[in-house]
Each structure stands twice: as C-alpha cells, then as structure tokens.
Design a protein around this ligand. Structure first.
Ligand SMILES: [Zn+2]
Length: 256
C-alpha cells in the first residue's frame, strides 16, 4: 500500500479542463494512487463520471447533494441522488452536510436533505462524506442522533478544536485533513499532536484550499504530499507511517 489517497478532490471541475492529463500525471508522479471525487449536484454528475471513465484506476466517484446546492428544487435533486445510487456502485454518499457561510435561507431543508442522504447511505451500507461550515457542532449533534453503530464516514476539511475532534472520533468517524493544516492560523497545530494517525484521512479539496506555499492558488492532488509532510511534523510520526496509516484508513472506510 505504498501510495497516497486523496479522499476529496473535485478534479472534474472546469478549473482542470485545460490540463487535466498533466495535472493527474503530477499526482501519480507524487505517489497519489487513488483520488476520490465528491459530487456537488445533478449538474456535476456527468463531468465527474467522464473523469472516472477516462481514469478508471485512479479516480473514484461518490454520489450526493452538496449543502450549498440545497435550494427550491431539493426534492428533485434528492430523487436523482437516490436514482443514481440504485443504478451502480459509488464509493460513498457525498458530499452532504450543512453550510451557513453563504446563505441561511435553506437551513431547514439542508438538515432534512442531510438526514435523508445519511439514511440512503445506511440503506446501501456506504460511508458518508460530510461538509460543514459554521455548523460543526450542529452537524456532530445530528450524526450523534443518526449513529446506530453501523454508520461510517468522514468530516471532510476538519478545522475544529480538540473537543470537536474527540466527539467525531467517539462517533467512529474520521477527520479529513487538508491544506488548512499548513495555514498559520489554521488551528490544527493544536489538534493533530493529540490525536495521531488512527482517525484521519488526507484530502486536498482541489481546486480549493491549496496548502502553503500554494495558498490562494489552484489546488491539485499532487499537493497532498505537502499536506502529508505537515501532518508528519504535527503528529511527530515518520512520513512512511503517515502514508501507510492514512492509506489504510481510507481503504477501509471507502472499501477500496
Ligand atoms: Zn468538497
């Protein structure tokens, strides 16, 4: 298992249309052996599946409705998620969750869409990939309510504190660690030394949240090694162990 897994990258987006081949080549050259693609909504599915078709060994799709795409047509969107899940295999239900950063209009619908999709995952024995922004405590509360012992998943782009990390680990969920670990005021330098490698997976969230020294520019899966280097430093573990442990965690969680 000597390769990295980027557990969260939107490499099907237009940001990569001009150089997707070269960008994925750089990822492979840097030891990234699998890239998991979270869906956004019905408008992103076709592009995502085209990338899977072009790079079937490398790129693995998920299916879900992103909280920022929960709008007036949420019922129709959720029907499409369910329909797609019934037709073929996906690695996870994702990304799903809650987000009050941009818009608070659909908060009730967001919570309902989240619960519905967690239950879709439960029905199909799939893990969930959770996005939350400004809503971490509320979302942990919801997962506590929904956890029946069989639910597995990851809080992607974890940026919370030690107490929140502890609650997530207590729920048998993983923390998705990305570029924020390299930010000066990211806060993960207070959290990672205390939790070690057993409950984390790595991610880039490409094209967003590029790690230092690429901060503010387009992110891509080859930068996962930069994030891993910082995780090695903060957990005081050799980089080889960061690779073997996070890859093992991701393979187990997503049945890769
Ligand atoms: Zn995402």
């Amino acid at each position: 298992m000597s390769y990295w897994i980027d557990t969260h990258a939107h490499i099907y987006l237009g940001e990569f249309d001009a150089d997707r081949d070269e960008m994925l080549q750089r990822a492979t050259q840097n030891g990234v052996g699998k890239i998991l693609m979270p869906n956004i909504d019905s408008g992103s599915v076709d592009a995502m599946l085209r990338v899977e078709e072009a790079y079937p060994e490398l790129c693995v799709p998920m299916m879900g409705l992103h909280p920022c795409s929960v709008k007036d047509d949420v019922e129709k969107q959720l029907y499409e998620v369910e329909n797609r899940l019934s037709k073929r295999k996906f690695a996870a239900v994702g990304e799903i969750g809650t987000d009050l950063y941009w818009d608070k209009t659909f908060w009730e619908q967001q919570k309902e869409a989240f619960t519905i999709q967690v239950n879709l995952a439960r029905k199909r024995n799939l893990p969930v990939v959770i996005h939350c922004r400004e809503t971490l405590d509320e979302t942990i509360d919801m997962v506590e309510q929904l956890q029946d012992g069989n639910l597995a998943g990851v809080f992607h782009c974890f940026t919370g504190n030690s107490e929140q990390a502890g609650r997530i680990i207590g729920l048998n969920f993983y923390l998705g660690i990305g570029g924020v670990a390299t930010f000066k005021n990211g806060g993960l330098d207070n959290v990672l030394p205390g939790i070690g490698l057993d409950n984390i997976v790595l991610e880039t969230d490409s094209p967003y949240l590029a790690p230092v020294p690429h901060r503010g520019k387009r992110n891509e899966p080859s930068y996962l090694v930069t994030i891993a280097g910082r995780v090695a430093q903060l957990t005081n573990q050799p980089i080889e162990d960061v690779m073997s442990k996070t890859t093992e965690n991701a393979r187990k969680l997503f049945s890769l």
